[in-house]
Write a protein that binds this ligand. Structure first.
Ligand code: GLC
Length: 532
């Protein structure tokens, strides 16, 4: 499918930013971040230079999975605001050239959603078939061997009606039945409802899981070749998830979003076991999801050889028209300054440089721009149900703590006398206010990288070509004249680039340096260069 000319430039050439709304800015002193708080902080996003924002779930929810258990797909959760405030956010962001994406959770609903309340009331309820029901096996056990991503069987017996229902996540998150045409029509309508209000598109939760095998066949055992999370669960999810029939649904959605100008953007949360399979979600004719999160990079080690291998395989398998997405942190996988860099500032700066200079659309996670790290959470403060039910250290709270705006009590997130919904990290050590005052800070590096991207056509859209580099150094060209060189090691190194000029370096004292032939790089240093 061909895009109208230029209609996709904003997300192909821009930078996107994920806001975990509950933790961004609390405007009304209840300790919970909200949509008015996002409006109040739009100046920061404009100053940083981002083009679009993905808001983590905003729809009404009992919050067993913090908004990923939706009870109404056409409204706003009262903790976060209301529809009028969301409309105002879209308008205010629009004035600053920033577009707003919502998180759409089509794989499942909350068990309190009126559809499920109706579905479980009797076997012939109107919405019964909107969910996945199956009879027990003769011995009363679940219909097949599928396991929940959050642990235990993916089936729960509903004693009143005598059947099991499917939940690939929490018991309180029953899976929708995407074989049912009414479910499909309902979501067509939900997508239009939001696009008509000016929402620019959606991040689609669990995009690979939407539809389940019609025959409910057992998943086969995992093998040595499977990634660690699949080996841990013991089964390869080829029937419970990752079904080829999902592609037809995304093609259908694409025809809906293409009716808008610019077309609504579809960004998939695609946890797929291999890069080859992941690339399929763009569609063979690039007619499915516009952007798909590539978790292979997230889970690679911060080593030159490993990251280069992921990027090169990605470049090789992706349809040349399709646009890669690069992200390093999110609300599930943790923050990269901790996961990759063990809190080291120099490594974090270098990793951030990679994220913003690869070919593709980068997604920053709120706080990445100041190098926020994961915050240790005491057992009594665990808020993530996964942490509460499985094990405190399995919880995802450490990467969901409040944005550190300033060093004062409440961190500029909430009033100093208010207890935030989740503890605040060491805001005195790292915050937006202090870093704005320091031109050498990570915040300024981030802003300057975003601006350099915007002002350098080759960084926005030039191709990626690896450059030969010694061990520990990863270097590539963008287009003909722009290069990036990163030393991802504890040893100093050098790379031969020929005559060049440093446009921007992680060590800001090196900005503007002239290079004769060899660029020397200290441990965990990086530079973007113009090749002469
Ligand atoms: C996605 C979300 C995650 C949530 C899960 C179930 O993976 O990112 O936070 O728990 O879906 O909805």
């Amino acid at each position: 499918m061909t895009q109208r000319s230029g209609a996709d430039r904003w997300w192909r050439e821009g930078v996107l930013y994920q806001i975990y709304v509950r933790s961004f800015a609390d405007s009304n002193g209840d300790g919970i971040g909200d949509l008015q708080g996002v409006i109040d902080r739009l100046d920061h996003l404009e100053w940083l230079g981002v083009d679009g924002v993905w808001l983590s779930p905003t729809m009404p929810s009992p919050n067993l999975d913090w908004g990923y258990d939706v009870a109404d797909f056409r409204d706003v959760d009262p903790d976060l605001g209301d529809l009028e405030t969301l409309d105002r956010l879209v308008a205010e962001a629009g004035k600053r050239g920033i577009r707003i994406l919502l998180d759409l959770v089509p794989n499942h609903t909350s068990d309190r959603h009126p559809w499920f309340v109706d579905a479980r009331s009797t076997r012939d309820a109107e919405h019964r078939d909107w969910y996945v029901w199956a009879d027990p096996r003769p011995d009363g056990s679940p219909p097949n061997n599928w396991v929940s991503i959050f642990g235990g069987p993916a089936w729960e017996l509903d004693p009143a009606t005598g059947q099991y229902f499917l939940h690939n996540f929490l018991v309180e998150q029953p899976d929708l039945n995407w074989w049912n045409d009414d479910v499909r029509r309902e979501f067509d309508d939900i997508i239009r409802f939001w696009l008509d209000r000016g929402i620019a598109g959606f991040r689609i939760d669990v995009a690979q899981g939407l539809i389940n095998d019609r025959e409910l066949r057992d998943d086969p055992p995992a093998t040595e070749e499977d990634p660690p999370d699949i080996r841990r669960r013991g089964l390869r999810p080829v029937h419970s998830m990752n079904r080829p029939e999902a592609h037809e649904i995304y093609r259908r959605w694409r025809t809906i979003t293409d009716d808008y100008d610019p077309p609504g953007l579809l960004v998939g949360e695609t946890w797929v076991p291999s890069i080859e399979r992941w690339a399929l979600y763009y569609g063979l004719a690039e007619d499915e999801l516009h952007l798909c999160f590539n978790f292979a990079l997230v889970f690679a080690d911060l080593r030159a050889e490993d990251l280069r291998a992921v990027v090169e395989l990605t470049e090789r398998v992706l349809n040349p028209q399709a646009q890669p997405v690069w992200t390093a942190s999110n609300h599930d996988v943790g923050r990269f300054p901790t996961r990759w860099c063990g809190g080291r500032e120099d490594a974090s700066r270098t990793a951030l440089m990679a994220l913003l200079t690869l070919r593709g659309t980068p997604f920053l996670y709120y706080g990445d721009e100041i190098g926020m790290t994961d915050v240790p959470i005491a057992e009594g403060d665990v808020r993530d149900t996964v942490g509460v039910r499985l094990a405190p250290d399995a919880g995802r709270d450490p990467c969901r703590t409040p944005m550190q705006w300033s060093g004062e009590p409440g961190a500029g997130f909430t009033r100093g006398d208010v207890r935030p919904w989740i503890p605040i990290g060491d805001a005195a050590a790292r915050n937006v206010e202090d870093q704005r005052a320091d031109p050498n800070s990570m915040l300024h590096l981030c802003r300057d990288l975003v601006a350099l991207r915007r002002n350098t056509p080759e960084l926005r859209s030039g191709g990626y070509a690896a450059l030969p580099s010694p061990p520990g150094i990863w270097a590539w060209r963008r287009g003909d004249r722009t290069a990036v060189a990163l030393n991802l090691s504890d040893e100093p190194g050098a790379i031969t680039l020929g005559p060049a000029g440093v446009l921007l370096a992680t060590d800001r004292a090196r900005d503007g340096e002239a290079v004769r032939t060899d660029l020397s790089l200290g441990p965990w240093q990086g530079a973007v260069l113009r090749l002469d």
